[in-house]
Structure formats: structure tokens, C-alpha cells
Design a protein around this ligand. Structure first.
Ligand SMILES: [Zn+2]
Length: 252
């Protein structure tokens, strides 16, 4: 009857979590995007988020873990794509939502898309601010991402890799898939993950490339930040890493 006990024990969580999920609509130009928000029962000093809607394994992992632990998270919903498309005064624009946390990043990501205008920059900065409203000072920020089995991995952060400029320290466990790793801005977290033999990178908070990503914003503003990155489809691995992060957060 073990499963029954387990089911009854988790029942309050399941019922409660249904009442703690909500959607908030956000107007980006003439387009609407949605914030999917899950509120924790007890106020916590950390919050999880997903910015890339197509990285669906990470969203599924959050919904899974929330059945067993109490924490808040949110993610953006639009067209299930990495980039967000929007129209403003009849013109089309698109952005990478993880490149909008500095003004330089906003301009660059608009340029890389359908084009940039002063009004579009302002419009996107409105979205940046409403995301940052969920991340008040004092909260640790935990982002979840997925990558693919090509190019980008923890090896990109080695001295000869594309991301070398962002690396202060790196620990690689050769037994782990190099696509599954943690990236943090905060030395005590780096040390805690290294101690557990988890693939981990500590961001160089002075030498990083200002691409407007949330890790850059957190590095600039002394916000403790963790990114849990796994290969798309590595559901079990992502759930395991989320659980390890929750364990490390409790240790603080
Ligand atoms: Zn991502």
C-alpha cells in the first residue's frame, strides 16, 4: 500500500498547486504574451523561471518537481518558439527573451531579428521590467534551459571554447553528459555543486560578454543566479539537478 500512502500524502500538494497557478496577460506592442505563474504556499527567498518556451523539457521538469516541493516559478507563453514575435504600429519585430536584460542586449537582439526602432527598444524594455518585477532584490534566481546535442556544452566554457571569456572557474565531471550542467554567478553555489561532482561553471562577473542575458544582469547587480541547463529530452537529469539545487539552497 506504499503507493496509496504516497498518493494521499501528495494529495494536498496536487490540489493546492492547481489553485496556485495563474496566467497574467502582457501586451507587447499589439501582441499578447502570457506569464504562466505558480506561487509557492510559503514565501521563499528564491524563484525559478524559464525564458525559452521551446525548451519544453525544462518546463515539464518544473511542473514535475512542484508536486513534491514548494517553490514559485514562472515562464513566458507565446508561440512555443525561442524568439518572441510582436507587432508595433504595423511593423514586425522579434527578440530572444534571454537577451533583453541590458539595453545593449535589447538593441542587438532586435537587430538580429526583423529590425530595430527606438519605440521597439522601449517596448521591449517594458517586458524586461515586468520580468524583473518577479525577481525582487534578495531572491536567488534559478533559470532552467535546454540545449541540443551539438556545439554548446560545458566544454564551450573551457579556455579554447566560445564562451571562455565568461568563465571564472569550471569543474567538469567526465562521467556526466557535457550538455547537462549548472552555470552560476555565485561562488558559494559553485563550491557546493563542485563538492557534489556536478558539472559547473562560475561566471566571471567582470569579464563576461554583455549579451543582455539574465546571467549578465545578475552578475552586474550581485544577484545570486543559477542556470540549470540540460540537453532537451534529459527530463530525469533536469529533475535530478533541480532537486540538487533545492538541496543546496536549503544549506545557505
Ligand atoms: Zn534557453
Amino acid at each position: 500500500m506504499k503507493w496509496l500512502t504516497l498518493y494521499i500524502a501528495s494529495l494536498p500538494f496536487l490540489i493546492w498547486s492547481q489553485f496556485n497557478d495563474m496566467k497574467q496577460f502582457y501586451k507587447l506592442g499589439d501582441s499578447t504574451i502570457e506569464f504562466y505563474i505558480h506561487h509557492s504556499q510559503v514565501e521563499q527567498d528564491f524563484i525559478f523561471l524559464n525564458l525559452h518556451e521551446d525548451e519544453s523539457t525544462s518546463i515539464e521538469a518544473l511542473h514535475h518537481v512542484i508536486g513534491l516541493h514548494d517553490f514559485s516559478f514562472f515562464y513566458l507563453q507565446h508561440a512555443k518558439t525561442r524568439r518572441i514575435n510582436f507587432s508595433l504600429e504595423g511593423k514586425q519585430f522579434d527578440i530572444d527573451p534571454n537577451r533583453i536584460f541590458t539595453k545593449k542586449g535589447v538593441k542587438k537582439t532586435l537587430k538580429e531579428g526583423a529590425g530595430k526602432s527606438r519605440k521597439a527598444v522601449k517596448e521591449v524594455q517594458g517586458l524586461t521590467n515586468s520580468i524583473l518585477n518577479f525577481l525582487p532584490p534578495g531572491k536567488t534566481v534559478i533559470a532552467v534551459h535546454n540545449n541540443t546535442d551539438v556545439n554548446y556544452s560545458i566544454k564551450s566554457y573551457l579556455p579554447e571554447g566560445d564562451e571562455a571569456q565568461n568563465t571564472a572557474q569550471i569543474f567538469i565531471n567526465e562521467e556526466m553528459d557535457p550538455d547537462d550542467f549548472i552555470y552560476t554567478t555565485h561562488l558559494p553555489f559553485y563550491e557546493a555543486f563542485k563538492k557534489r561532482k556536478i558539472n559547473v561553471i562560475l561566471q566571471d562577473n567582470t569579464g563576461f560578454v554583455n549579451d543582455g542575458s539574465l546571467s549578465v544582469y545578475c552578475g552586474m547587480n550581485n544577484v545570486p543566479y543559477i542556470n540549470i541547463e540540460t540537453q532537451k529530452g534529459h527530463f530525469k537529469e533536469q529533475v535530478a539537478l533541480i532537486n540538487i539545487v533545492l538541496e543546496v539552497l536549503k544549506e545557505k
